[in-house]
Design a protein around this ligand. Structure first.
Ligand code: HEM
Length: 239
């Protein structure tokens, strides 16, 4: 079982890293021929950086457009960020101070993450306009994340696993030394679902995470009156 999971994680990691790199390269090379920042927009580059930071940290444009989606989306994402921070302890020895400090918050974050996900899912199920535009992958990704959160919380509160062994296994993977993994079902389920998440990430809508930085409506300076905008691929023609 340890060898099987080690192979699963090596494959998942390669697909995740290479897939993400290919996608980011593709985004970076896609021309943005038109000046289309959503106005009112910053007129300087540092203003754009500030706007992007507000978008990433506070989900500003979502807040302006829909308070309910913002609330559930924010709960989920902040919860997820803290849960991931808490999980760093399985991958480092000694553990950084900031990760130690995050530990107690991480537990509530798991619950917040689940509450956010259920709120977002309820919206897809019960709001008719949203149900109409929801496709199977929207539901499947929500189901995957909900199952990861529930299987993790189950280990935290009910069926405990041997986290020292889990840590040894993960540290071993990082130096290509396959060590023993506990074989209790909740852990195996949690890890298998995480591997599925890593594999589908580069071919799913979850790409909005890196994608937001490449959005022309968000990353452009509002200066079309001061400066001529020419997409890089059109520079030759413009001479
Ligand atoms: C290879 C990566 C991962 C490993 C080895 C892992 C392992 C674990 C373990 C052992 C626990 C139980 C903690 C305890 O008993 O104190 C746990 C909990 C949890 N996991 Fe994971 N997990 C991984 C990735 C993830 C990911 C990517 C997510 C979210 C998408 C996630 C979400 C959770 C949640 C919400 C909990 C419960 C709250 C907590 O203890 O932080 N896990 N995980």
């Amino acid at each position: 079982m340890s060898v099987l999971y080690a192979l699963l994680f090596y494959v998942a990691t390669v697909l995740f890293v290479v897939g993400l790199a290919v996608k980011i390269r593709q985004y970076a090379k896609t021309p943005a021929p038109l000046k289309i920042p959503t106005t009112p927009a910053p007129v300087t580059q540092s203003g754009v950086v500030l706007r992007m930071a507000r978008e990433v940290v506070l989900f500003e444009s979502l807040f302006k457009s829909n308070k309910w989606i913002w609330l559930f989306g924010y709960l989920f994402h902040v919860g997820l960020a803290l849960v991931i921070l808490r999980h760093f302890r399985y991958f480092q020895d000694p553990v950084w101070d900031v990760i130690v400090i995050a530990q107690p918050f991480g537990i509530y974050a798991g619950l917040a993450m689940l509450a956010g996900l259920l709120g977002l899912w309820a919206r897809r199920l019960f709001v008719e306009r949203i149900r109409y535009i929801s496709v199977p992958s929207d539901h499947l990704i929500l189901a995957l994340l909900v199952l990861i959160a529930i299987s993790g919380l189950n280990m935290k509160f009910l069926d405990h696993t041997d986290i020292v062994m889990v840590k040894q296994f993960m540290l071993g993977l990082m130096v290509f030394d396959i060590r023993e993994l506990p074989t209790d079902f909740p852990l195996l389920l949690h890890l298998a679902l995480v591997a599925v998440l890593m594999i589908i990430f580069p071919i799913s809508k979850l790409l909005h995470a890196p994608g937001v930085f490449f959005s022309p409506t968000r990353n452009q300076v509002d200066n079309p009156r001061e400066q001529r905008h020419v997409a890089p691929w059109a520079r030759e023609l413009d001479k």
